[in-house]
Design a protein around this ligand. Structure first.
Ligand SMILES: Nc1ncnc2c1ncn2[C@@H]1O[C@H](COP(=O)(O)OP(=O)(O)OP(=O)(O)O)[C@@H](O)[C@H]1O
Ligand SMILES: [Mg+2]
Length: 203
């Protein structure tokens, strides 16, 4: 499956794990690389990853590196968000195609990435929580790995999503805490350099 088919966003398609080395704590990079090198084992055990930390520290990027590794090795991957999954679930009431897609994401996709847990809506609805619970419960019982990224830690997850989801997260996820500066600021400087720098094309 191609990165595009997996829904990996363009910004993350062009990067590689090397872009993060040196900027992210080495134990996180080692964990990500080990995970990618042991995908078949991870697929059997159902162990997922939980990237957490402040904005712009590389959570989505590193999750995409894992999903790209999954595609490269011939497994199936999907990059989604919790609100995206909830929308698809709701669409499934009206469309068989959406219903099938939701069921495929949850049941058959080998590695499902859910980005930005906690950012979906201001006030969490019971509906979002139900969809999240359903996805995690099914995948965890069938040993299908799920990867998530979030700005909020497990303690807050319990407050926002309840005990049932917190307990599922404790069971089958390795937490990877990212720390550091918002990398988007550095990227901004780099992009400005590209625009105003010396070696610009003139045609
Ligand atoms: N430590 C890093 N080294 C190199 N590039 C990085 C690093 N952290 C982030 N980036 C780059 O900065 C941009 C933002 O990173 P990313 O989207 O992964 O952050 P995030 O932690 O998911 O932020 P948010 O919480 O806002 O979603 C991306 O282009 C990413 O590749
Ligand atoms: Mg992100």
């Amino acid at each position: 499956m191609t990165y595009m088919e997996a829904g990996i966003l363009e910004e993350y398609q062009r990067l590689g794990i090397g872009n993060y080395r040196g900027n992210v704590a080495s134990e996180i990079i080692i964990a990500v690389e080990k995970y990618i090198s042991r995908l078949s084992k991870m697929k059997k055990t159902g162990l997922g990853l939980y990237f957490l930390g402040p904005n712009g520290t590389g959570k989505t990027g590193l999750m995409c590196e894992v999903l790209k590794g999954v595609c490269d090795k011939g497994y199936t991957a999907i990059f989604s968000t919790l609100s995206g999954l909830a929308d698809k679930f709701a669409e499934g009431w009206k469309s068989d195609k959406a219903k099938k897609e939701f069921v495929t994401f949850v049941r058959s996709i080998d590695f499902l990435g859910i980005d930005d847990i906690g950012k979906e809506y201001r006030g969490k609805t019971e509906f979002i929580i139900t969809v999240f619970d359903r996805v995690l419960r099914y995948r965890s019982m069938r040993c299908r790995p799920t990867l998530i990224t979030s700005n909020i830690g497990p303690e807050k997850i319990r407050l926002v999503y309840g005990d049932s989801i917190a307990s599922l997260l404790y069971g089958k996820f390795l937490p990877l805490r990212l720390i550091g500066e918002d990398f988007r600021k550095a990227l901004q400087t780099e992009l400005q350099g590209e625009l105003f720098g010396e070696n610009n094309e003139t045609t």
